[in-house]
Write a protein that binds this ligand. Structure first.
Ligand code: C5P
Length: 290
């Protein structure tokens, strides 16, 4: 049995950190969105045993340390399925360690594929619960679309879809470690926060400018040496008529929202001269489950 599906990248329209919880994780409030930049995930299951992941990227693990493999193992355990050799092939288009949920979207995609392939008929909520075992962003990535995400990442509320727009994504050639950034955050000392409630109202009103103006990510506050490249990209996007810009996830990628396709293309072409990893995308809708 073989199935292929697209795994759409996620971006943060906002990211706020409310508190540190007893288990060490942080209580988050985020507006998240999927975009058209996607990996292509193929899962093949034949009688036998073992699990392998091929991505063409030598630095990504090929065994059960890979989040896509973890997703398959969690699904089989949940369903009590044994006796299959599973090969996962990922055509990676989403840059890794970029704040775009690259691993999480692949893991969520494997769960969707296996649910279909084995006729398990698990509800979205059940897939989200399995997803949370393998990563905080995985539950959102099961359905994607436009959602308000709270808690560790498991409290999900569908929002009005983002008005039609163009999203330019640019990843500077630097690394931001997620645990290091979380460690730098002192919840009671955060100076600026996104207007999350205002973003949700603007979405309800179909007011793209209102959404874009209110975007913010509290990790932007605690950038040190990474700040220069992030600010440079934000400035360049704003010079090219972005309605708003924000760093996504724990970075370092920055997104710019454009209502005009020609402006988005112009920003993309301009950024591409300086930064290798640039993408011109559109929002994608929540996946429909039958
Ligand atoms: O859940 P995930 O493996 O994606 O999280 C990676 C790291 O990010 C965690 O080990 C933790 O340090 C941090 N994290 C957190 N609070 C969250 C999500 C992630 O502190 N809500």
């Amino acid at each position: 049995m073989t199935e292929t599906e697209l795994a759409y990248a996620k971006v943060n329209i906002s990211l706020d950190i409310v508190s540190k919880m007893a288990d060490g994780y942080h209580y988050m409030k985020m507006v998240m969105q999927t975009v058209s930049l996607a990996d292509e995930v193929t899962v093949e299951c034949v009688p036998g045993e073992g699990i392998s992941v091929e991505s063409g990227l030598p630095f990504l693990p090929r065994d059960k340390r890979n989040i896509a493999a973890k997703a398959a193992i969690a699904f089989f355990k949940n369903q009590g399925i044994t006796g299959y050799k599973t090969k996962i092939n990922i055509k990676k288009n989403i840059p890794v360690c970029a704040g775009l949920g690259g691993g999480s979207v692949d893991g969520a995609c494997v769960l969707r594929i296996l649910n279909k392939m084995f006729g398990a008929k698990l509800e979205v909520k059940e897939l989200e619960e399995i997803g949370l075992e393998i990563g905080s962003d995985v539950p959102f990535c099961i359905e994607g679309g436009t959602k308000f995400v709270e808690g560790r990442g498991e409290i999900l509320t569908n929002l009005m879809p983002m008005p039609k727009c163009h999203i330019v994504i640019c990843k500077p050639p630097i690394n931001c470690s997620t645990p290091v950034l979380f460690n730098r955050i002192k919840c009671d000392k955060i100076r600026s926060r996104p207007d999350t409630a205002g973003i949700i109202v603007a979405l309800e009103q179909g007011d793209l400018g209102g959404v874009a103006r209110r975007m913010y990510n509290v990790f932007e506050d605690v950038l040190t040496k990474e700040s220069r490249a992030v600010m440079d990209i934000k400035n360049r996007m704003q010079d090219k008529a972005a309605l708003g810009t924000v760093m996504t996830g724990s970075g370092p990628s920055v997104i710019g929202i454009f209502d005009d396709e020609a402006d988005a293309l112009c920003a993309f072409e301009h950024l591409r001269k300086r930064y290798k990893e640039c993408y011109l995308t559109q929002t994608t809708e929540r996946l429909e489950y039958s």
